[in-house]
Design a binder for this molecule. Structure first.
Ligand code: PMT
Length: 400
């Protein structure tokens, strides 16, 4: 495993006790043959000296907009263009907030704002700061901007308290970066259709039947496929996540019927289709054209009718060489139900996730899946970030 040789990496370091771990990360990257440019915040220099960092990276450390003694201007734009990826480790609550809101008052944030490549953010802070709604919201914004958050671990913190906030270990961050470069272009020339998010089935102009799907799993799959060189179309139900990679085309839809129509248009032209959407199985038979008023109707009855099964419909028209992948969201008899869906929908592979697993399925940034292939072979994975799960799924698709 060495995909980092010759890669240009900007390592951003903020002012936190975990800055000492950045030294190990820097050593691992340099040892792997990467060219690393360290950018450190003024607070970062209180924790780790630029001398140590420049000795290890063999490059002057950048911190200020101007080099004090020469007056030379350090161009954040050049650095942003030079980087094949940027990793900010540790990322403090303050820097995460500045990145989320474009407060460009130091070299690290200006470099981040001009970075054209993938940015990885490894937060490190005290558990209460980590759990604060402002940190959670800022991290969510960063995710929506397409950054990859390397989740902190739970454990003993510098304050002596125990909880979530320890920066991920340098070896793990190194692995994430190595994997990012390894997976790059093995879907070059392939076209992929992905369904994502929930569907909303209208009851009246203001109400609908829906579910808790956030779209995170589907969009993570789309980002992974695009990063590997595929041309990706997401047919997406209503979600707040956004696609970061410009190679991803998003077709927004609302209902299952709209999703089916969009998929039927795209499916004949793709090599791989991955059905990740949580499609409502039923829709109201009649849609009120005005808001149902409680003053007028005491106990409205909503008659439901079955929605079309999108995966099964595509399964019927699947041509030779096309791969159709489904998901199974289960609460019980997980493998039995998944195997039944795999066969009934004419899928080549099904990704099983269970509501019984903590941290899996709806809304979370993590998932835990098993993959069942049509030949009956099975792969089981532990709890991982949805982007890592997406990588495992694509590896399995490519093995078919
Ligand atoms: O969006 P997130 O918050 O990240 O959550 C991710 C997820 C839990 C939604 C995702 O991992 C997942 O499990 N998606 C499939 C949800 C689902 O509807 O599963 P199912 O077992 O009911 O459906 C089986 C398969 O048939 C799925 O591929 C589904 O997309 C497809 N289907 C289902 C019903 C229908 N009418 N048409 C379909 O195409």
């Amino acid at each position: 495993m060495n995909n980092l040789k010759g890669k240009h990496i900007v390592l951003g370091i903020c002012g936190g006790i975990a800055a000492y771990k950045s030294v190990s990360l820097l050593r691992l990257l340099v040892k792997a043959g990467a060219e690393v440019q360290v950018v450190i915040t003024p607070a970062g220099k209180e924790f780790i000296t630029p001398v140590t960092l420049s000795a290890l990276s063999q490059k002057p450390v950048v911190s200020e907009f101007f080099t004090a003694n020469t007056g030379q201007w350090n161009s954040h734009v050049d650095l942003g263009l030079w980087a094949d990826c940027m990793v900010i480790a540790p990322a403090t609550a303050s820097t995460i907030g500045k990145m989320a809101h474009g407060i460009a008052d130091n070299m690290l944030v200006t470099t981040y704002l001009s970075a054209k490549s993938q940015v990885f953010v490894a937060p490190a802070m005290d558990l209460d700061m980590m759990a604060h709604p402002s940190t959670t919201a800022n991290l969510e914004l960063l995710r929506n901007y397409g950054n990859i958050i390397i989740e902190p671990e739970s454990g003993e913190l510098a304050s002596g308290l125990v909880g979530k906030g320890r920066m991920e270990e340098p070896e793990k961050i190194f692995e994430v970066l190595d994997r990012f470069f390894s997976s790059k272009r093995d879907l070059e020339g392939k076209k992929v259709l992905i369904t994502a998010g929930p569907t909303h089935e209208k009851i009246d102009p203001v109400r609908f039947i829906g579910n808790h799907s956030s779209g995170k799993m589907g969009y993570a799959l789309a980002e992974e496929c695009a990063a590997r060189g595929a041309e990706v179309t997401i047919v997406s139900g209503p979600v707040s996540v956004k696609a970061a990679n410009p190679a991803i085309r998003v077709v927004p839809v609302e209902s299952a019927r709209e999703m089916l129509a969009a998929c039927e248009e795209v499916f004949p032209h793709v090599d791989i289709a991955i059905m990740c959407a949580a499609v409502a199985d039923y829709a109201p038979r009649d849609v009120y054209d005005h808001k149902i008023k409680r003053e007028h109707i005491d106990a409205p009855v909503i008659h439901l009718v079955k929605n079309p099964d999108i995966a099964a419909t595509l399964g019927k028209s699947k041509r030779e060489g096309q791969l159709l992948i489904g998901f199974a969201l289960e609460t019980d008899n997980e493998f039995g139900n998944a195997e039944e869906k795999l066969a009934r929908k004419n899928l080549d592979m099904i990704v099983l996730n269970s509501m019984r697993d903590k941290g899996a399925c709806f809304g979370t940034d993590t998932n835990k899946v098993s993959i069942i292939r049509a030949d009956g072979t099975t792969l089981d994975f532990g709890l991982k970030s949805k982007r890592e799960v997406a990588a495992d799924i694509i590896d399995a698709v490519l093995s078919l």
